[in-house]
Ligand binder design. Structure first.
Ligand SMILES: O=C(O)CCC(=O)C(=O)O
Length: 189
């Protein structure tokens, strides 16, 4: 069965949110930082540490303010996107070919009502699944695009990235390359 290619209600996609030069600078800054291998994919946490086991952010999880190099992007999230505020937490995820992220809704008691994710390095397919009806939607997240999840997309649909080495895009098999995402949130504690 083919999956409909459309955004779930409440999801807003902003293609080309950063330029190639900005993308390179963000990737350089991330690769100059300390990637953690606590999961199958490597991650970096900024602002607050998210505890994957407890599925929680605790008050003692504060890591400090978001780094200066993220500030221009954070200001743009506040003024130019439906995210509409300064985030205080960010997680970078690195996906090598074959890696993905399991279906989930971002922790509801931990994070506020908006989540924004920027795709760097390459594109990917994100699958949304309605928590009650099981309906599935396929969304292509292009390199340098930003997706903002609000409303139903934030709460009523899970999102996931299938762990695959290639995807079929417009009928053609495309090998995956390294993708790094930067996901922004506001902690509620
Ligand atoms: O890689 C992405 O764009 C999504 C990341 C994500 O869903 C998460 O960090 O919870």
């Amino acid at each position: 069965m083919t999956i409909k290619s459309t955004l779930p209600p409440g999801a807003i996609l902003l293609p080309g949110f950063v330029t190639v030069a900005e993308e390179e600078a963000l990737l350089r800054a991330l690769d100059g930082g300390a990637w953690s291998s606590e999961l199958k994919r490597r991650v970096q946490h900024f602002g607050y540490r998210y505890d994957y086991r407890a599925r929680a952010v605790t008050a003692d999880a504060w890591l400090g303010y978001l780094p200066d190099w993220l500030m221009p992007l954070c200001r743009r999230l506040e003024t130019e996107t439906p995210f509409r505020r300064m985030p205080d937490q960010a997680i970078a995820n690195e996906y090598m070919p074959g890696q993905g992220i399991a279906a989930h809704v971002d922790c509801v008691p931990c994070f506020s009502d908006r989540v924004a994710s920027l795709s760097l390095g390459s594109a990917c397919e994100m699958i949304f699944r309605h928590r009650e009806t099981g309906e599935r939607l396929l969304v292509r997240l292009d390199q340098n695009a930003l997706i903002v999840l609000t409303g139903a997309a934030r709460y009523d649909w899970t999102h996931e990235i299938p762990a695959r080495k290639s995807d079929v895009v417009n009928g053609e098999r495309v090998q995956r390359a390294r993708r790094v995402s930067l996901t922004f949130r506001n902690v509620v504690i």
